[in-house]
Design a protein around this ligand. Structure first.
Ligand code: ADP
Length: 306
């Protein structure tokens, strides 16, 4: 499936008189194309720059509608410093527009592509922020189900912003998640929790904790732990939970034994995975400092992070 990529109109009007002046393309996903845009009050610039996600309603209607409705219903109710803020959604001509908080520094996947792997202090800071967002979601009975480096965006101050709620599921019980399970198979092969592959078993919020383990490994090593050339091979490795760490040598990252221990505590049977609070209490986060600020050097992702 490819996204229809005609340039968007220079001015996109909301039904209430507010309009958006569209700018550069920020990126393209399977369902949407995203542009930088400035909110105008009538014709006056407001200085409020946003990410305008454009979904052509012509594409694959059934699939799109399902993804989009959950995305809108769930995402619009979330407010957290490490979750991309959803401002509004509206239709104009044959497209639907979603106005989102701008994440100026791309995604963790973009950062990894440039840098190959991240340092331990960077990983500490990012994982703490991801855990904050996941704790917030799980407390509200929401499972993201597609946590991966490509859905973890970075704002201008290099703070994590969890985005793309297209696969998020609301577990129905209001106050108690225990026992609630979803049965739809979804997610990205490298980040899938093994229980999602077990037919008829269903899965719950624990799949996000598995994904945090995969993300932590990927940030340190530069590729996913269950990496393989075909989906079938990935699934085989996943089912056996079999992964290895690269040999220590001058070309690989200096991966701390605490990080290895943290990852091994997460890539386990669902019942044994630590909660977000337990994750951030792990010694990996205790023995060294966590940078409170990271410098991005605007998409160059300089090696200096403080
Ligand atoms: P899809 O729902 O089709 O997967 P995404 O949500 O992944 O679409 O968005 C497509 C691309 O647009 C992303 O990979 C990213 O490059 C860019 N993007 C999405 N949301 C934002 C945002 N809030 N700020 C900056 N860029 C974004």
């Amino acid at each position: 499936m490819s996204v229809h990529a005609d340039p968007p109109p220079a001015l996109v009007p909301e039904p209430n008189g507010v309009q958006y002046a569209t700018g550069d393309q920020l990126g393209k996903g399977g369902f949407a194309i995203c542009h930088r845009a400035e909110r105008l009050d009538g014709d006056r610039p407001t200085g409020h720059v946003v990410a305008l996600k454009i979904v052509r309603t012509k594409m694959e209607p059934a699939k799109l509608a399902q993804k989009f409705i959950t995305e809108l219903q769930i995402h619009s109710k979330l407010h957290h410093s490490n979750i991309v803020e959803f401002f509004r959604a509206f239709s104009f001509e044959s497209s639907t527009y979603v106005v989102l908080e701008l994440c100026d520094n791309g995604s963790l996947a973009d950062m990894l592509k440039k840098r190959k792997y991240l340092t331990m202090p960077e990983i500490r800071r990012f994982v703490i922020q991801i855990c904050g967002a996941v704790k917030y979601l799980h407390y509200r009975n929401i499972v993201h189900r597609d946590l991966k480096t490509g859905n973890l965006f970075l704002d201008k101050d290099m703070n994590i912003k969890v985005g793309d709620f297209g696969l998020a599921a609301l577990l129905v019980s209001q106050n108690d998640m225990m026992g609630k399970r979803r049965t739809t198979m979804c997610g990205t092969p490298n980040y899938l929790a093994p229980e999602i592959l077990e037919k008829g078993k269903g899965h719950n919020e624990k799949v996000d904790l598995w994904a945090i383990g995969v993300i932590s490994y990927t940030l340190a090593v530069g590729k996913a732990p269950f990496h393989a050339s075909s989906k079938e091979e990935i699934y085989k490795k996943l089912k056996s939970r079999c992964y290895t760490w690269p040999e220590l040598n001058s070309t690989t990252n200096n991966i701390s034994s605490d990080l290895r221990d943290l990852v091994s505590s997460l890539l386990v049977h669902e019942e044994e995975r630590p909660s977000p609070d337990q994750i951030v209490s792990h010694p990996f986060f205790k023995i060294a400092f966590v940078p409170t600020q990271l410098s991005a050097a605007r998409r160059g992702y300089s090696d200096t992070w403080y």
